[in-house]
Design a protein around this ligand. Sequence first.
Ligand SMILES: Nc1ncnc2c1ncn2[C@@H]1O[C@H](COP(=O)(O)OP(=O)(O)O)[C@@H](O)[C@H]1O
Ligand SMILES: [Mg+2]
Length: 611
Amino acid sequence: MPTTRATAEESEQIREAEKAEGRSAVRTLLRLWPYVRPVRVRLSVAAFVAIVASCVGLVIPLVLKWMVDGPITDRDPAGVWLGALCLLLLGLAEALLFGLRRWLVARPLAGVEASMRADLYRHLQRLPIAFHDRWASGQLLSRGTTDLMLLRMFLAFPLTFLLVNAVTILVGVIIMLIQDWTLGLIILGPAVPVVVTCVAFEKKYATVARRAQDQVGDLTTVVEESVLGIRVIKGFGRHRSQAHAFRELSRTLRGTELRKARLLSAIWGVIVTLPELAIGAALVLGVVRVADGALSAGTLVAFLSTALALRWPVDSIGFLLAMSQEAATATERYFEVMDEEPESSTSRGTRVSVAKKGAVAGGLRFHDVTFRYPDAPPGTAPTLDRVDLHIRPGESMALVGATGSGKTTLTALVPRLHEATSGRITLDGHDICEMPRDSLRALVSVAFEEPTLFSATVGENVLMGALPDAGEPELDRALAIAQAEFAHALPQGTGTQVGEQGLSLSGGQRQRLALARAVVGRPRFLVLDDPLSALDVHTEAAVEAALRRVLAETTALIVAHRPSTVLLADRVALLSGGRVTAVGTHHELLRTNAEYAHLMSGTEGNEEDER
Ligand SMILES: Nc1ncnc2c1ncn2[C@@H]1O[C@H](COP(=O)(O)OP(=O)(O)O)[C@@H](O)[C@H]1O
Ligand SMILES: [Mg+2]
């Protein structure tokens, strides 16, 4: 299992370790069976058709033999025409059968690819945040695109043709041995060195193929980040360094691809040259024997054209093996993600509960909650350390703390985006770990620091936070509360598409839409992570006025920086060093807690005086 944002090198080490456990390409590829099963009949029929087509091709040398020893020797033009017609028909049949095969496999294989991609996507949606923290998005993207394409190509060609070629070679060799067994044995001579080369090649190619595919993932990550972060890059004039990073990675990838090409050309060299030499030797010996009258000219023609017909099946083994190896790697990469445990609907996994039941309290309650990020280095202090906090029903609590004190982390625990390491969190007395995730997330609404909007209309973005049957009235109410009425003034009103991450809206506008999304479902519990940070003073005052109404109806936890936001809440909790060090009203804490007074004395102290 890959840990931390798996770079190519890291996952290569992991893979090396796995290989030591005896991983084989075949065993890996067998994991595709559940996806291939539904199309197995089509695939088998297609393979059978291809074998027939290939064998039809092998009949051609036999017709040639008949022509050379019969009509040509007897100077019989009618016989030659008949033979030519036979050859034409055989050629046509071969071509039609191969065409039929392509037609048979195209649709089902596109279906296999699509269903694997759909499964991957569904699984990604269900994987916990901790997984997404660990994995670079480019690695996931490349699995969903390049790797699946490699798999489809494998199912279309190597899977069938390794079989078809094997049968063709077998039948061809038998035909040649029947024609003349001495010449046949000469042709078989290179078999052993070719097989040995193939085995050695497989091993080497596996390593390089994996490296190349991981590097494609790294490259995808860089491209994705530079597209998303284009403003930062331009703003800081970093396009040069970004381009440099990209160039470095693509140079590495190029090196790996060249290595693949070198390996391929080496095996290709062996696979092509040795049989050619054997055919040459057979030709010389055959001609000598025809001259001696020990062999008919027709037999030699048939023998040589069979040998030549087998050239392609033999030559192509090199890249069929290469494609299979890449497909095995792609399968491995695909299942690395699929094997990750998705969020269970209720169970709390391995965490230890130390809370005692009994004292049931309403509202939102943290009981002795400790949290450590799964990838935190061992020995470091937990991000949240035995946090006890009680937000009474209907109460709103502001959460204040220095940057990095764990505020965002604490809010993420409530909708179970992360699982507390120990302790429990209860909503109206019910442990959140014992609720189905669906109900939990219907009960709790969240707005994050970074307001993400999807490529959809404003209305769709907001109504994401509501029940499926919610409509215009709920939307209007939420927009009013969040002071996001600007949405009505957009070109198509609330039907306006907002771009990727809402790039076409200002930060404050996005925050207000995110806020509208949080309140549209009238949640019983509201968790807001610094929802007003990007608003100007006037908008902020308006949003606060509206929020005050929402807060009156719910139980809320609001991360806040400014005194004006803090004042919306009934009480304040101070988070410091992962612990809640003080709880009280804003004014109490200002008087009694130096750290709190310091945090609040920053930018907008006078605003507080006004109130
Ligand atoms: N996904 C993560 N993995 C590991 N550590 C994290 C992760 N997210 C945040 N942290 C760490 O946890 C601490 C608290 O972060 P956070 O809750 O975001 O602070 P705040 O919101 O109070 O500024 C920080 O030291 C941060 O580096
Ligand atoms: Mg934060």
